[in-house]
Design a protein around this ligand. Structure first.
Ligand SMILES: N[C@@H](CCC(=O)N[C@@H](CS)C(=O)NCC(=O)O)C(=O)O
Length: 309
């Protein structure tokens, strides 16, 4: 059966990190109460379950958590309730006809707004824009000022066109591909480093990407956070980008973000899990060092020099 690189990535990550699986039942109650610590497999989703509020169809990946994080933020501030179903991308549920009616691209995440005639929204940036347009009347995570809103849109577009696709390829060639191929390894790891350099520059003297003064935490940050939260997994060393590292720590410290990262279950890609595993497991540490050595050799072979922009 065909498996996309991201699906394989998830499988490899789960295997590598051997996390304790937190299974999420296909329940209609709120996220906090749906978690159980059993290893039981939830029934395979076959369609929508809710008939009111927002229903999120997702998996714990850098793109999936954009939607669950904003939903947790809205829930905290406004009490906006949502329900979710776990769409296991390794099982290709996202390619089934009932799912592609909601998301023609056959990928996660997608939301369905049962309170607005079952309106469906796919693509992370569109989900962030839709949810704040309809459910963030006080602009706590968006902007009233049209120029700031445009700036937020620019960073979300940057994430969709740059950071997400390039870091996805970096994951693939740095870690996942069956063969070690030096040219694309150095090209995509290098381009991802270039993009982290752009974020680092933007965050110089600021706490968040957009907003007056030091900036305001918003959907612009949420869009890129999921990817930066998987930096180490993709072969990127956050220490090289100190402003990004501090920004990542700041956002990761939010309880709502931790809740969002746990939907539908804790992400094995995350920097915190990855760092913990490096400390605890010498074999894992040696594998990680071997991957970095290969990537460094690939960079040398093609004369890669870090430069940003
Ligand atoms: N641009 C989309 C990308 C969505 C995407 O690539 N989702 C991945 C998981 S991170 C997926 O569904 N992969 C399964 C597949 O490729 O079939 C977004 O930001 O929402």
């Amino acid at each position: 059966m065909f498996q996309s690189p991201l699906a394989r990535l998830y499988q490899t990550a789960s295997h590598l990190l051997r996390t304790t699986t937190t299974t999420v039942s296909r329940s209609l109650t709120s996220t906090a109460s749906t978690k159980t610590n059993t290893m039981a497999t939830p029934p395979r989703p076959t369609g929508l379950l809710a008939n009111k509020g927002i229903e999120l169809l997702t998996f714990s990946t850098p793109n999936g958590v954009k939607a669950s994080i904003i939903l947790e933020e809205l829930k905290e501030v406004y009490g906006t309730e949502y329900t979710f179903q776990s769409i296991n991308i390794m099982e290709n549920i996202q390619k089934e006809p009932w799912y592609t009616k909601l998301c023609p691209n056959g990928r996660i995440p997608v939301i369905v707004d049962h309170d607005r005639n079952g309106f469906a929204v796919f693509e992370g940036a569109a989900i962030l824009a839709y949810l704040t347009r309809h459910y963030d009347p006080e602009h706590r995570f968006s902007f009233e000022d049209p120029d700031d809103m445009s700036r937020a849109e620019q960073w979300m577009a940057w994430q969709h066109g740059g950071l997400g696709p390039m870091q996805g390829q970096s994951n693939h060639f740095f870690r996942l591909a069956k063969e070690r191929i030096p040219y694309p390894t150095q090209r995509y790891v290098g381009e991802t480093e270039r993009l982290y350099g752009i974020l680092d520059k933007q965050l110089e003297g600021r706490e968040y990407l957009v907003g007056p003064g030091q900036g305001k935490y918003s959907i612009a940050d949420i869009a890129s956070f999921g990817w930066v939260n998987a930096a180490y997994f993709s072969g990127i060393n956050l220490k090289q980008f100190p402003n990004v590292e501090k920004w990542w720590e700041r956002i990761f410290a939010r309880p709502t973000v931790k809740k969002g990262l746990a939907v539908p279950r804790d992400s094995p890609f995350g920097n915190a899990n990855y760092q913990r595993r490096l400390l605890e497991d010498p074999e894992f540490k040696a594998q990680d060092a071997a991957l970095h050595e290969l990537a460094n050799k690939a960079k040398e072979q093609y004369n890669y020099k870090y430069a940003s922009p």
